[in-house]
Design a protein around this ligand. Structure first.
Ligand code: GLP
Length: 259
């Protein structure tokens, strides 16, 4: 099962996960990070900026999870822009080493497979940061996505478009399609770190960690992974039946294991 760590704030989650990334980069300065967008990973990127002061991140490689289809990479809300603004620039990563799926509708038939090959050529993702949608999506793998899926085009659900409308002038401006790493792609990363904060994520988190393994809740795929860590605040943990056990296991974790 996933290791569940219940923290008191998003900032504490950020500090914990950033420390794990610093350890990873200490072992391998060319480590490959799987980068998530959305609000949830921002505390990780902020904490990493503080903790990595003095650590050379210029060799770190990155692969974003997903991208909208049909908005230009220069659009401020394209994930290419978000990754550049929130991750590459503040952390001083080399933009040439950080990749985002190509959402150009003209290239969409081939860009998924190209992205898969690029991840493979990099040796795979070492640590994949994940958020979770209120409908349990990972990346943009909406309910029904195959656990074996690879990077491909998907149609966003009405719920995801409503959730993401806050980033656009109106709901009509939210793209209807995306290109996302598949659940099969995500499961090949060596370590999954899923973060979730707030009561709005509680049902999705409980389903992902303790619910049945089902494509209807794509994040339940993490139950198939040998090294998955779920870092949640109290609100996001509020529907976990085994919360007391997770706290006990974390408090009694053998020293020096990291996440
Ligand atoms: C988007 C992203 C997901 C992210 C989700 C949750 O749909 N494609 O990768 O996990 O939003 O976003 P937030 O973290 O803002 O709640």
């Amino acid at each position: 099962m996933a290791e569940v760590v219940i923290v008191s704030s998003p900032e504490d989650a950020g500090t914990l996960v950033a420390a794990e990334i610093v350890r990873l980069v200490g072992r391998d300065p060319q480590a490959v990070l799987g980068l998530a967008t959305g609000s949830t990973p921002l505390p990780v990127y902020r904490a990493l900026r503080k903790q990595a002061a003095g650590v050379d991140l210029s060799g770190v490689r990155g692969f974003a999870l997903d991208e909208y289809v049909g908005i230009a990479p220069e659009h401020p809300e394209s994930y290419a822009s978000v990754i550049r603004r929130e991750v590459v620039e503040p952390l001083g990563l080399d933009p040439k080493l950080v990749h985002v799926p190509d959402g150009d509708p003209e290239r969409i038939a081939v860009s998924g497979e190209e992205y898969e090959r690029a991840i493979e050529a990099a040796g795979g993702v070492d640590l994949q940061i994940l958020g979770i949608g209120t409908d349990g999506h990972l990346g943009f793998n909406e309910p029904g996505s195959s656990f074996a899926s690879r990077t491909r085009v998907k149609t966003l659900t009405a719920q995801t478009r409503r959730d993401n409308a806050r980033f656009f002038p109106s709901l009509d401006d939210v793209p209807r399609h995306c290109i996302t790493q598949g659940l099969g792609t995500i499961l090949r990363a060596r370590h999954l770190v899923l973060l979730a904060f707030g009561a709005g994520k509680a049902a999705a988190v409980a389903g992902a960690v303790e619910g049945p393994l089902t494509a209807s809740l794509p994040a339940s795929a993490i139950q198939l992974h040998p090294h998955a860590t779920v870092v949640v605040d109290e609100e996001a943990a509020s529907q976990l039946r085994m919360a007391e056990y997770y706290r006990y296991a974390w408090e009694n974790k053998p020293a020096g294991q990291g996440l």
